[in-house]
Design a binder for this molecule. Structure first.
Ligand code: DX5
Ligand code: ZN
Length: 223
């Protein structure tokens, strides 16, 4: 399977959201990346259920929902009802992570866990077999347009080593500061899904950037 591109609507034009949704529908992107921020887990508030419901009315590709919120268990069914395909929760926000992962599956979604830049990959060793996706944050979560953290490559390598022993179908997603300058190295390191916000929506021709990201040729893709 070729790598996947998940444009982050956080950087879209909210006054013309449908135009940006249509652009992603037309493009070679694979998913819509949906960043939900609660102002508690991260120092920013993005948008909630009414906006997500509106997005899902027009989006023709799976909704990749990244929850940067505390107590995500309270809202899993609602995110599913709003059209979520994959729900990714933060390791740092889940006291009972194993239970939360099962609850995501119980509502009928693919289950992902995100790791902040300071959180070791090894902390997932006991649940990695239960996961569909791990999201490695390559910036501190909360804002689009931040600088990529270089240690991300090392974390991808560690995650691949862990996944090859325990979960061969695991998808590795990377999120934050991704652009045409580092995407190829991330894919070479083993990323399966690239999230990009600013690099796509701040570009003159967002569809062309998606195309370029999607068409990067990498010989050692694992999946
Ligand atoms: C950051 C979000 C990201 C963000 C990425 O907290 O999780 O998805 O939108 O945006 P860029 O690609 O601009 O770093
Ligand atoms: Zn995100």
């Amino acid at each position: 399977m070729k790598h996947l591109i998940s444009p982050s609507l956080l950087s879209a034009d909210f006054a013309n959201l449908k135009e940006d949704i249509d652009m992603v529908n037309r493009s070679n992107a694979d998913w819509f990346h949906i960043d939900i921020m609660d102002g508690v887990f991260v120092p920013n508030i993005s948008f909630g259920f009414p906006v997500l419901t509106a997005i899902s009315r027009y989006a023709k590709k799976p909704l990749d929902v990244h929850l940067m919120i505390v107590e995500p268990d309270r809202y899993l069914q609602q995110f599913k009802d709003c059209g979520a395909h994959t729900i990714t929760v933060h390791y740092e926000a889940c006291t009972h992570l194993h239970r939360t992962i099962q609850a995501i599956k119980d509502v009928g979604c693919k289950a992902g866990v995100a790791l902040n830049p300071h959180t070791p990959v090894a902390f997932l060793s006991e649940v990695i077999g239960d996961l569909d996706l791990v999201l490695i944050m390559s910036v501190n979560p909360g804002f689009g347009g931040q600088k990529f953290i270089e240690n991300t490559y090392e974390k991808i390598r560690q995650l691949i080593a862990m996944a090859s022993a325990k979960n061969e179908s695991l998808l590795i997603e990377v999120d934050g500061g991704i652009n045409l300058g580092n995407a190829s190295d991330l894919l070479k390191a083993g990323a399966d899904v690239l999230v990009a916000g600013n690099a796509i929506f701040a570009a003159k021709n967002p569809e062309a950037v998606i195309d370029e990201l999607k068409n990067i040729a990498v010989s050692n893709i694992r999946i």
